[in-house]
Design a binder for this molecule. Structure first.
Ligand code: IVH
Length: 665
């Protein structure tokens, strides 16, 4: 066999195994760095040899550029759901029905009911060929490209005793940690929050861009195998086989014979599930023997051989007194329900998140409604349902406000977005105060001035924008109620000290919509002073790594407003840093201007990332693949033979570490 092909296959096999060790067993055996290196080598080889392309190669997990709406596909076996039960009695009824129906010994498999998005995966000859969502149970969306990015889902199976063709079903989940981080990021950017990991996960799976899916770190558990020639007659035993083939199968599965054992399992997991990394909402009970499953069969809707027992969510009923609207620093308007205070799992709940207009409409909320509030795993309690039978004829339906509750300006909404904004950024008070608060935060200018102080200073007429902070005198501040000389001096000192905060933090502090900490850093590198940034067009901005159209538009809009320009001019006058520090600048040269460099192999003196930084610092451009536009290849050890061949063919010069360092000296 061709040597390259052999190398490609060896790398794929090795990387599959490392993915499995890491994502299924949580037991990695090589460093991330080693892994990335091997992945890069494989990716390079595949680029040079498109004839060996394989959609199930580990390189495809990062998501391809394909961007299309999903194809509707019919399920080979309909995707049914389960009957729900909520009490021990109902579980007992199920057990008795099964006993009566079978009139023989049987085993019940107890499993966790994972609260995610159900998925059906087809494997042919050990390879993932299709991933379909449940849809209406008969037809679903073909989300194969997205599912390929989920690391715990094997793209090809281990061993050789799997059926030639079979389906395996399970749940795609967003772990709590990913959900929390995602919502935190969205909160910072004032984007709509996801209500729970299930919504966040299914929203992610329906993303048109597999790259976004890849970045969201979804996980999976598989729990149901279907096919003509499954390994055994036992559901449990088949899943144990699936585990050997590389699937993520829950360790919480247990075979039970008696009702007592089942109740023990339920009681244990009702408590213990709170420590799991993913959301669960109940237990699933299944007859183990597939023959017995067939004998019991299905009702018109559900299997007779399985049932779900749902955990009791902590719920309370209370009155919806009013809806108020909060305006954030970027003008985003969020509805909040004000409730008659009610006790819920230990705390008193007075408010609940309503997310956006669509959520209010879905609930068809009216003032005075009796509403169910629940505290699932979510951060803020939410309204899950309305008891319409208690609704009076005069209770008004709630319509999302069309004007800003703070300044009366008509709200605007961008197409395709769920959030309304107040466009009056210049004189809408919560936007002004919010911007000043943001400016002062630790990650921005690090000024010792929290929301209450901002409120006080704003109400006293001392500050109307962030530049006013720098004209504050301690003598004035100390005249405010409850302000002593010492604290007034401290505040002013802390404001003055902020003049030393570096440019990238100042950029973040300005509070340009969608410009978070990371984006601010990228911008500062690409545009080493504010004038360069101000002069940049949308086209120029999107050239920068990770800056998309939405961010670019927002930046251009920010600088087009005179009031923003005025503030920047004043901040510049008081000495804030609007350019990269001399240290950073001193390291910048234009020695590599106009050069495109490809990094390949492993190095001794610096890491690949350090070399990438050096290229940028010196005005050069990094590129991932060799083409006629490549000026140099910075080659370390183990540069692949194929890359070498391509470089020679195109006549691209290859330089080593020392030569490169000499070039930029
Ligand atoms: S078995 C015919 N097992 O719950 C039986 N389902 O209402 C097919 N689910 O649509 C389902 N954990 O999305 C099964 N361990 C588990 C499950 C589970 C979660 C979901 C699944 C299904 C729904 C049933």
């Amino acid at each position: 066999m061709d040597q390259t092909k052999q190398r490609i296959e060896a790398l794929r096999e090795e990387l599959d195994k490392h993915n499995y060790d890491y994502y299924v067993l949580s037991n990695p055996t090589i460093s991330d760095f080693e892994f990335d290196k091997k992945l890069q080598e494989l990716s390079d080889l595949e680029t040079l040899h498109p004839e060996f392309f394989d959609p199930n190669s580990p390189t495809q997990r990062v998501g391809s550029d394909i961007n299309k709406s999903f194809k509707q596909v019919s399920h080979k076996y309909p995707m049914l759901s389960l009957g729900n039960t909520y009490t021990k009695d109902e579980v007992t009824d199920f057990y008795n029905r099964v006993q009566k129906g079978l009139n023989d010994d049987f085993e019940i498999v107890c499993e966790l009911k994972y609260d995610g998005t159900s998925i059906s995966l087809t494997y042919i000859n050990g390879e993932l060929t299709q991933a379909i969502t449940r849809g209406d149970g008969v037809q679903g969306d073909d989300v194969t490209a997205n599912v390929r990015t989920i690391r715990s889902i094997p793209l090809r199976l281990q061993g050789n005793d799997y059926p030639f063709e079979f389906e395996i079903r399970g749940e795609i989940l967003m772990p709590w940690s990913v959900f929390d981080a995602l919502n935190k990021e969205r909160e910072e950017q004032e984007e709509a929050l996801f209500a729970n990991p299930r919504n966040a996960g299914s929203g992610t799976l329906k993303q048109q861009d597999p790259k976004i899916v890849a970045s969201r770190k979804l996980d999976s558990y598989l729990y149901y195998m279907l096919g003509e020639d499954l390994p055994t007659d036992g559901h449990y035993e088949n899943l144990m086989k699936a585990k050997e083939w590389g699937f993520k199968i829950s360790d919480a599965m247990r075979k039970c014979k008696t009702l007592e054992e089942i109740f023990e399992y339920i009681a244990y997991w009702d408590v213990e599930r709170k420590n799991l990394p993913v959301a669960t909402d109940g237990i699933v009970l299944k007859v183990n023997s597939l023959t017995q499953q067939r004998n019991l069969g299905f009702t018109s809707k559900f299997p007779r051989w399985a049932i779900a027992y749902k955990f009791q969510a902590e719920k309370a009923v209370t009155t919806l007194e009013s809806v108020s609207y909060q305006v954030g620093r970027t003008g985003a308007v969020t509805p909040v329900a004000n409730l008659k205070p009610v006790k819920l799992s230990g705390t008193t709940v007075k408010r609940a998140s309503l997310y956006n207009e669509d959520y209010i409409n879905q609930l068809d909320l009216h003032i005075n409604d009796q509403v169910y509030v629940e505290k699932g795993g979510e951060i803020i309690p939410k309204i899950t349902a309305v008891d319409t039978s208690k609704r009076g004829i005069f209770d008004d339906k709630i319509f999302f406000t069309k004007v800003c509750p703070e300044c009366g300006t008509p709200l605007v909404k961008d197409e395709g977005e769920a959030i309304y904004y107040c466009p009056n950024d210049i004189s809408c008070p919560p936007q002004i105060k919010g911007r000043i608060e943001h400016f002062c935060t630790r990650k921005a200018m690090n000024i010792a001035c929290g929301p209450e102080t901002v409120e006080l200073l704003y109400n006293a007429g001392f500050i109307k924008n962030v530049a006013d902070l720098y004209s504050l005198r301690w003598q004035d501040v100390s005249r405010l109620e409850r302000w002593a000389e010492k604290s007034a001096r401290n505040l002013v000192d802390s404001i003055q000290a902020s003049a030393n905060v570096p440019y990238e933090k100042v950029l973040f502090a300005l509070g340009i919509r969608y410009v978070g900490e990371t984006v601010a850093k990228k911008l500062a590198r690409a545009f080493p002073n504010i004038d360069a940034l101000k002069a940049a067009s949308v086209e120029t901005l999107i050239q920068v790594d990770e800056i998309g159209d939405r961010i670019a538009q927002s930046i251009v809009k920010y600088f087009s407003e005179d009031s923003n320009q005025e503030v920047i001019d004043r901040l510049r006058e008081v000495g804030l840093k609007f350019e990269l520090s001399e240290d950073v600048m001193a390291q910048r040269t234009d020695k590599l201007n106009g050069l495109t460099i490809v990094i390949s192999g492993t190095f001794e003196k610096h890491s690949r990332d350090e070399y990438k930084d050096m290229i940028e610092q010196n005005g050069g451009k990094n590129s991932g693949s060799i083409s006629s536009k490549t000026s140099y290849i910075l080659a370390g050890d183990n540069m692949g033979p194929a890359k070498l061949e391509k470089a020679e063919k195109l006549g691209v010069s290859i330089i080593g570490e020392d030569e490169f360092l000499e070039m930029i000296k």
